[in-house]
Write a protein that binds this ligand. Structure first.
Ligand code: DC
Length: 230
């Protein structure tokens, strides 16, 4: 099998990362969750008081970008990579509703995107990588050999996120989550820079009615088909 680049884009909370992580583990590829990178920048900005309901202090966030060191380290218990901000594991903190409510606006800033895209290209330079996000097949790796665009209805995605937060023991409200999912879709798809859109050569996967296992099999077949080609 040749080593390829796999780009997985799509709407928020549609199970992209679960299927991408599982495939990476199975075929020994590096998995990069680019949404986690934008979330880590948002967490940093919230903690530094640079993001609030009132807006974003863009000048100071731009100035502090060099202080934001994001990395992924393998968690030997889960077999999956955890997100680190400096030396702190922030895997749990970056999934909070507070970060979710601000991340789309932070991810819409040109200087934030430029810094993240540069890092993502470096991380994927050697191929053998599965990257998930919004602009991987269109901007980060337009030459990726396999591009998948994942989608599911907003109601189903909100239910999944609700179940996920409840399973972690967090208090949450379904309507608030649904509103957040729809709002992020709107911001992600209408922003000026690198909006969420399907690359012309991407394969669409609507997983509204697929189980995690079915998605996993589907992705594995796509990988074998593309990586097995001469
Ligand atoms: O996939 P996610 O929900 O963790 O992504 C968090 C936010 O980051 C989402 O609102 C869109 C943004 N994002 C982006 O703009 N570009 C990416 N490549 C990945 C995520």
């Amino acid at each position: 099998m040749k080593r390829i680049t796999i780009a997985i884009d799509g709407h928020s909370s549609c199970g992209k990362s679960t299927m991408a992580k599982d495939l990476a583990r199975e075929i020994g590829y590096v998995y990069i969750d680019t949404g986690a990178m934008y979330r880590a920048v948002t967490l940093f900005a919230l903690r530094a008081g640079l993001v609030s309901e009132a807006g974003i202090d863009e000048a100071n966030l731009r100035r502090r970008m060099g202080d934001i060191a994001i990395s992924f380290r393998l968690n030997t218990e889960t077999g999956r990579p955890d997100t680190y901000l400096g030396d702190e594991c922030v895997e749990r903190e970056i999934r909070s509703l507070e970060v979710s409510q601000h991340v789309s606006r932070v991810a819409a800033l040109a200087f934030v995107r430029e810094a993240m895209v540069d890092q993502q290209r470096l991380m994927g330079k050697a191929k053998g990588v599965i990257m998930d996000g919004r602009d991987i097949g269109t901007v980060v790796f337009p030459d990726a050999e396999l591009k998948v665009f994942v989608t599911a209805s907003a109601a189903i995605r909100a239910q999944r996120r609700y179940d996920e937060l409840r399973a972690k023991g967090e208090e949450c409200d379904y309507d608030e989550i649904l509103h957040n999912v729809e709002e992020r879709d709107r911001i992600d798809s209408t922003r000026e820079i690198s909006p969420l859109r399907q690359a012309p050569d991407a394969i669409v996967l609507d997983n509204s009615h697929l189980s995690i296992e079915e998605q996993k099999q589907w992705l594995l077949e796509q990988y074998r088909r593309v990586a097995g080609e001469e």
